[in-house]
Design a protein around this ligand. Structure first.
Ligand code: F6P
Length: 327
């Protein structure tokens, strides 16, 4: 692979806090290595539409602390078509861009893989999603910030739950993964945590809630991952609990997109900066078709084929800790 001289960078899929810090690291790393850097707006859709702008080291000032992505993001249906991808390639050629860094989740990596296969165009990815559902990296950019947002919100819910002796069901994000629910649940001292990786079932939840009432608990928090089977209809679950456990008064809070916003945590800023520098290094070393991630606190590269989710396993030790400390 020829050494790139002009690198394009884009953010795609659901935004995540720290994406700006990652873009900044890519742009500044390009400047450091005397490479040109082109920002591509609105993700893979912007690639198809040629929505490009040259970025220099100063273009990314004052963004390390900002949530969202100043390049904007999109989920592109057109990029799933060969016609769309051909348009994208033409735009890259027109602009003389010879490599791409894509920041996003597994959908973004899947699209990138197809593009590499079709056109042999060099692409490196960075894991940017609050869900932490990408293989080959211990953490994704945005996950730590989302955890802190959830814990802060549940701390507030706990105050009102306690004042009224109520049970709160709190729904958190994670389309197919329970990482946010499990870790934020432990951090916020939840009574029960419902995750898609481990189907608890409604009856077992009732037994557990009944036990905790008997043990003297006056209020409770149950964290429900949006991907969990039981939690899919969280308002129905609330009704089911109230019908079967008369001693409980239940309220529901769906945290929703506040989990995706806000200033990135220090951890996410540092992670994004390390991975952004790592992505440019990887392209300069001739790597392509890989995601740059963090494993045991070391920046590593893993083929896109391995990064794309499917076998994401939840940490059994965390489940045990959650069980023990909620007694
Ligand atoms: O993948 C990140 C995520 O925030 C998921 O947790 C959630 O299910 C989904 O995106 C929501 O997507 P949208 O913002 O398109 O509604």
């Amino acid at each position: 692979m020829k050494k790139p001289t002009k690198i394009g960078v884009l953010t795609s899929g659901g935004d995540a806090p720290g994406m700006n810090a990652a873009i900044r690291a890519v742009v500044r790393s390009c400047a450091y290595h005397n490479l040109k850097c082109i920002g591509i707006y609105r993700g893979l859709q912007g690639l198809i539409e040629g929505d490009f702008q040259e970025l220099n080291a100063r273009s990314v000032k004052n963004i390390i602390n900002r949530g969202g992505t100043f390049l904007k993001s999109a989920r592109s249906k057109e990029f799933k078509t060969v016609e769309g991808r051909k348009k994208a390639l033409e735009n890259l050629k027109k602009e003389n861009i010879d490599a791409l860094i894509v920041i996003g989740g597994d959908g973004t990596f899947a699209g990138a893989s197809v593009f590499i296969k079709e056109f042999n165009f060099p692409i490196v990815g960075l894991p940017g999603t609050i869900d932490n559902d990408i293989n080959g990296t211990d953490y994704t950019i945005g996950y730590d910030t989302a955890l802190n947002t959830v814990v802060e919100a549940i701390d507030k819910i706990r105050d009102t739950a306690n004042s009224h002796n109520r049970l709160f069901l709190v729904e958190v994000m994670g389309r197919d993964a329970g990482d946010i629910a499990l870790n934020a649940g432990i951090g916020a001292g939840a009574e029960e945590i419902l995750i898609p990786e481990q189907n608890m079932g409604r009856e077992r939840l009732l037994e557990s809630l009944s036990r905790s009432k008997k043990s003297g608990k006056t209020s409770s928090i149950v964290v429900v991952s949006e991907g969990d089977q039981v939690g899919k209809n969280i308002f129905g679950l609330a009704q089911y609990i109230e019908e079967n456990l008369k001693e409980y008064e239940v309220r529901v809070t769906v945290l929703g997109h506040i989990q995706r916003g806000g200033a990135p945590s220090c951890y996410d800023r540092v992670l994004a900066s390390r991975l952004g520098v790592g992505a440019v290094d990887a392209l300069l070393n001739g790597e392509t078709n890989v995601m740059i991630g963090i494993v045991h606190n070391k920046v590593t590269s893993v083929p896109f084929s391995e990064a794309i989710k499917g076998s994401n396993e939840i940490d059994k030790e965390l489940i045990r800790v959650a069980d023990i400390i909620s007694i």
